[in-house]
Design a protein around this ligand. Structure first.
Ligand code: NAD
Ligand code: ZN
Length: 354
């Protein structure tokens, strides 16, 4: 066992496939034979720009963070896992000692390390060693691809918790990319009564409609007043109880704040420009709570249960393209083109032994 082919980003547009030593599972870790890795927007962003904000790729870094695989070896202190178990890997590890970690908000840990966020290596390799605490056994009816999709799905699950989503509510989602789309599926699975989703792209909106959106709105060329009329009439004359902002674009943040009903909640999921103008008095005087989210905490088990229960069907609703690890560079090129793949989800997997 020597082959640990790894997909490594050296800098802007410089991805190389190289061998790295196979890691050893530490006492509290599992050694995982990686089977499926999704490529998401942040992987592509690192690849194109060599950085996201203050996270700059200074040393070669293994890419990939949406991953699932099979347990190959079990660290000496680990209980409850056996060789051969299929697991999803939650990509962020936290210190377990700070106040945030101790109170369950480990996503806010200042010392967290997250797959493929410099300087931490990701999981787009044949093998990875990962803390057993952050590995989750897949129920029998959940595939390895779905296990990898638990990562973005956890963002949607966490956003819906931050939004206090409740049965019967009206929900506005701005942005029909993978994250907005997963927020739609999650909100529907939670029993909200009506979802309006917006985007600039008719193709993405059509897929959202097919997947259960009650109304779709293409915002192109429309003023905030136009959108107010169109979206409130789509909700039968009401304003949404909750808005989930999944673009990071200023006009969408503005729409979310001005349209959410007084006393409602806006969750800012999209990350765009670091400073934007927002209608702050409107939010203050109508008590519209604006809440950020940073990744997720304690959401993998829920995401897995949602998939296992059949309440949402990720593989049917998210278009995918499959590549083998050897073709990772091609997969990244295709991800950048975003041509036929409506939701820009790509899977790299090693079909041998699946
Ligand atoms: P994406 O880029 O694939 O999708 C964004 C969608 O927004 C696209 O469909 C695009 O057409 C649409 N859009 C862009 N500008 C718009 C505008 N002005 N009006 C209407 N629609 C517009 O991205 P994604 O993978 O779906 O992620 C969505 C956002 O969530 C990104 O900003 C990403 O960085 C962020 N994100 C945040 C977290 C977090 O922890 N807060 C986690 C994951 C992703
Ligand atoms: Zn911590």
């Amino acid at each position: 066992m020597t082959d640990n082919l790894s997909c490594i980003l050296y800098g802007k547009n410089d991805i190389r496939l190289e061998q790295r030593p196979i890691p050893k599972a530490g006492p509290n870790q599992l050694l995982i034979r990686v089977k499926t890795v999704g490529i998401c927007g942040s992987d592509v962003h690192f690849c194109l720009h060599g950085a996201i904000g203050n996270f700059i790729v200074k040393e070669p870094m293994v890419l990939g963070h949406e991953s699932a695989g099979i347990v190959e070896a079990v660290g000496e202190n680990v209980r409850g896992f056996s060789v051969g178990d299929r697991v999803a890997m939650e990509p962020g590890l936290s210190c377990k000692e700070c106040q945030h970690c101790k109170t369950g908000s480990y996503n806010l840990c200042p010392d967290s390390r997250f797959f493929a966020t410099p300087p931490t290596d990701g999981s787009l390799a044949r093998y990875v060693a990962h803390d057993a605490d952050f590995c989750f056994k897949l129920p029998e009816n959940v595939s390895l691809e779905e296990g990898a999709l638990c990562e973005p799905l956890s963002v949607a699950v966490y956003a819906s918790r931050r939004a206090h989503l409740q049965i019967g509510q009206n929900v506005l989602i701005t942005g029909a990319g993978p994250i907005g789309f997963l927020c739609l599926l999650t909100a529907k699975a939670m029993g909200v009564s009506s979802v309006v989703i917006t985007d600039l792209d008719d193709g993405r909106l059509a897929l959202a409609k097919k997947a259960g959106a009650d109304h779709i709105v293409n915002v192109r060329g429309k003023s905030q007043d136009d959108l107010r009329c169109e979206i409130t009439s789509a909700f039968g004359g009401s304003m949404p109880d909750v808005s989930m902002e999944c673009t990071g674009a200023q006009p969408c943040v503005e729409t979310a704040i001005t349209l959410t009903k007084s006393g409602g909640i806006v969750v800012l999921i999209g990350l765009g420009a670091s400073r934007i103008e927002i209608p702050i008095i409107e939010a203050s005087t109508r008590e519209v709570d604006i809440r950020g989210i940073f990744r997720y905490a304690n959401c993998y088990p829920t995401a897995l249960q949602l998939i296992a229960s059949g309440k949402l069907n990720l593989l049917r609703d998210l278009t995918t393209a499959d590549y083998q690890l050897e073709d990772a560079v091609k997969a990244f090129e295709r991800a950048q083109k975003a041509d036929v793949i409506k939701h820009k989800k790509y899977y790299i997997f090693d079909p041998i032994n699946i």
